[in-house]
Design a protein around this ligand. Structure first.
Ligand code: CP
Length: 331
């Protein structure tokens, strides 16, 4: 099969010699130029993925990528698997439900086991905040955080930023309203950091019970009512109620929540006429978003977010394995 030719390395294209990180654990670790660098890299893969029936590129050939998912996933797991395979890696998925974790093995013992198998890159999702960083400290290869508890989901923030940049042309002065269950959301925390670093004005819109106290430190302005948060917004990013992380009752009922915080066509009309609707998925239709908004082909970028997820994860896998492949990068 002929390989897809990628023009040069983007470190040459952007004038940056080195991505100075061994792992991708948190957006908080990245400077604005490093975020833009990863978006530029991903943009090239987005073009390759869209423009070619054959998308295979062999740069990770002979390398082993382990996707260790201790929590459920559809989009992130599949897109990391597709991304690794498109780059030529040998990709292995470990689902915690079918692993020795079920027999009482500790996280550290599992990490040491993956390390002993000489993985070249490990992608981890875990329900506990900080668990991915703990593993990263113990293994010899690059680790990518595919979501840890309430803490971070850096590749989600990168794919969201890429989607926004493609649709809106940039971030400077853009008003982005992130709405819903901010408290339990690693997606919100990653996006508040990333989008504010890139120059957007970020609003965190939630009922008081679902608003974490640290939104200001993460670069966002808190808004407690949807009409206040959506007024003049260029981008409206909706979040699911993360019931699996809730300990107690945070809302009176899903029906009442939809009435006050659900994104309906009437509520979307408060935002700019060309406002983009986003959702990281999985969606709960009729709760945080109504179907006619989610499926609006002119406004919704939800499927494009999924598409950009593959490109972003290809870029991250490529960049973080450059050192191990003898290219400029962390080694
Ligand atoms: N957005 C996201 O992380 O989706 P999954 O849980 O399906 O991976």
């Amino acid at each position: 099969m002929p390989e897809v030719i990628i023009p040069s390395t983007s470190s040459e294209l952007t004038g940056r010699a080195l991505f100075p990180h061994r792992h991708l654990l948190s957006i908080a670790d990245l400077k604005p130029w490093e975020i833009r660098f990863l978006l530029d890299e991903a943009e090239q893969w987005a073009k390759v993925n869209r423009g070619n029936a054959r998308k295979h590129d062999g740069r990770l050939a002979g390398m082993t990528q382990i996707n260790a998912f201790f929590e459920n996933s559809t989009r992130t797991l599949l897109s990391f698997e597709i991304a690794g395979k498109r780059l030529g890696a040998d990709v292995v998925n470990m689902h915690a439900g079918q692993s020795s974790v079920k027999k009482g093995e500790t996280l550290i013992d599992t990490a040491m086991t993956l390390n002993a198998m000489a993985a070249d890159v490990i992608v981890i999702r875990h329900a506990s905040s900080g668990a991915v960083a703990l593993i990263a400290d113990m293994v010899d290869c690059a680790v990518l955080n595919a979501g840890d508890g309430w803490h971070q989901h850096p590749t989600q923030a990168l794919l969201d930023a890429l989607t926004i940049r493609r649709r809106k042309g940039g971030f400077e002065g853009l008003i982005v309203a992130i709405c819903g269950d901010i408290l339990h959301s690693r997606v919100a925390r990653s996006n508040m950091l990333s989008l504010s670093a890139l120059g957007a004005q970020v609003r965190a819109v939630a009922p008081p019970t679902l608003m974490p106290p640290e939104v200001g430190m993460l670069g966002a302005t808190p808004c407690y009512r949807m009409d206040e948060g959506l007024d003049g917004a260029d981008v409206v990013m909706m979040l699911r109620l993360q019931n699996e992380r809730m300990d107690g009752a945070f809302i009176p009922s899903p029906r009442e929540y939809h009435m006050l915080y659900g994104l309906t066509p009437e509520r979307l009309a408060i935002a700019r006429p060309d406002a983009l609707v986003m959702h990281p998925g999985p969606m709960n239709r009729g709760v945080e978003i109504s179907s006619n908004v989610a499926d609006d082909p002119d406004r919704s970028a939800i499927t494009e977010q999924v598409e950009m997820g593959v490109a972003v994860r290809m870029a991250c896998l490529d960049v973080l394995t450059r050192g191990a492949r003898g290219m400029e990068g962390w080694s």
